[in-house]
Design a protein around this ligand. Structure first.
Ligand code: CAA
Length: 373
């Protein structure tokens, strides 16, 4: 198969992603929302377009592009289908970042090329019934046995779990050490003892899968332990910094689409000189530009190898809260037309989770305030 060449200059890259998104992802966005099922056609299209490995280095089969490219990738997918965007935000963002930074060369060589080609989908298992925001209190445990560990416990709200090849799983190897006793494991989903308890029936992102999982003595060999024993929680928090840039990018795509839908409505209804409409459009535009500045700033720091925890939290907070305000304004502009089932209504439902997933707005405020104090 001839490899598809993806343009690398940022604006050309955006045009390329937009064309793929418009042609092959958008047609499925309302279908998968209605049918409440994984957007497999959209996933396959993005995979065929050679975009799944956007930030994975070339030596592991990816495109080796920057965090700014990744933001554009996620933003443009969100503009047409937030469900597809979040699927890739996890498998092409959070998951490879975790493996690149902390996994052994053996794991990287085995898994990253297949993540880059889209053959494998990855998931990230941190949240548990006991603990969402207070992730360090998780209860899943890993007992050392001959040749490796056996994992027992449950995870909830895990994006991609039921379509994934593997789940990066945080479990306690040394419970008496609290969060310093958490270790990260690469768990293959076809392992004995791993089962999907249920797939959630969600308000939004209905074309992505979110599952509760049970680990009942799932064996993980030593070579699939990621990094050092007891460091798993730090690895998770560090990877979530990158994940939060992905959610901020979803906020950008949401605001952009809310502006487009609102502007079309204003034009089509002859309201372009009515300031009660046009000023709201200006507010949305200011929100987009502000959130974009923060998000790209966090990306620049990350690509320069500088600390960006606080900036990623600011970007995530600003972009997700502005996105929620923007879709609210969009529905105010559309009136009754916005609340019947359709793109605007779906975008509204797809947005609330941005303020919750990968750390709630309160968690972002906590991260920011800790950095001040
Ligand atoms: N990067 C690297 N290390 C970090 C870090 C970061 N961003 N933040 C903290 N650490 C280190 C600390 O320095 C500390 O190390 P030492 O013990 O050596 O000093 C260690 O990690 C623990 O840090 P804290 O004591 O600050 O941890 P905490 O328990 O107070 O928690 C928190 C901090 C910010 C509240 C954290 O628990 C958090 O972010 N919670 C939200 C979790 C979250 O975002 N969950 C969503 C998961 S995504 C998901 O599940 C959906 C999906 O499918 C993708």
């Amino acid at each position: 198969m001839t490899e598809i060449l993806v343009p690398t200059e940022l604006e050309n890259f955006r045009d390329y992603v937009r064309e793929v998104a418009e042609r092959y992802v958008k047609p499925w966005a309302m279908v998968v929302d209605k049918e409440d099922r994984f957007a497999k056609e959209s996933f396959e299209a993005v995979k065929r377009a050679n975009l799944a490995g956007v930030i994975i280095p070339k030596e592991y089969g990816g495109l080796g592009l920057t965090t700014k490219h990744y933001i554009i990738f996620i933003e443009e997918l969100t503009r047409v289908c937030p469900s597809t965007a979040v699927t890739f935000a996890v498998t092409s963002g959070l998951v490879p970042k975790f493996l690149l930074d902390f996994a052994s060369e053996e794991i990287k060589r085995e898994y990253l090329p297949k993540v880059a080609s889209g053959e494998y989908i990855g998931a990230f298992g941190l949240t548990e019934p006991c603990c969402g925001s207070d992730a360090g209190s998780l209860k899943t445990r890993a007992e050392e046995v001959e040749g490796g560990f056996k994992i027992y416990g449950q995870k909830i709200f895990i994006t991609n779990a039921s379509v994934s090849k593997f789940i990066i799983t945080m479990a306690k190897t040394d419970p008496e050490k609290g969060k310093k006793g958490i270790t990260a494991f690469l768990v293959d989903t076809d392992s004995e003892g791993l089962s999907i308890i249920k797939n959630e029936d969600k308000l939004g992102w209905r074309g992505s899968v979110t599952s509760a999982i049970s680990y009942d003595g799932v064996f993980v060999p030593y070579w699939k332990v990621i990094g050092k024993r007891g460091e798993g929680f730090k690895y998770a928090l560090s990877s979530l910094d990158a994940g939060r840039i992905g959610i901020a990018a979803m906020g950008l795509g949401t605001i952009k689409r809310a502006i487009e839908i609102s502007a079309d409505y204003i034009r089509q209804n002859g309201l372009s000189s009515n300031e009660s409409y046009t000023f709201r459009l200006s507010d949305m535009y200011v929100m987009y530009e502000t959130a974009r500045e923060y998000t790209f700033f966090a990306a620049e720091l990350r690509d320069a190898g500088k600390p960006y925890t606080k900036e990623a939290a600011i970007a995530k907070l600003v972009a997700s809260e502005y996105a929620m305000r923007a879709v609210n304004i969009m529905l105010d502009i559309l009136g009754p037309d916005g609340v019947v089932w359709g793109e605007a209504e779906r975008l509204f439902r797809d947005t609330k989770i941005l303020e919750i997933g990968e750390g709630t707005s309160e968690i972002q405020r906590l991260v920011i305030s800790r950095s001040i104090l």
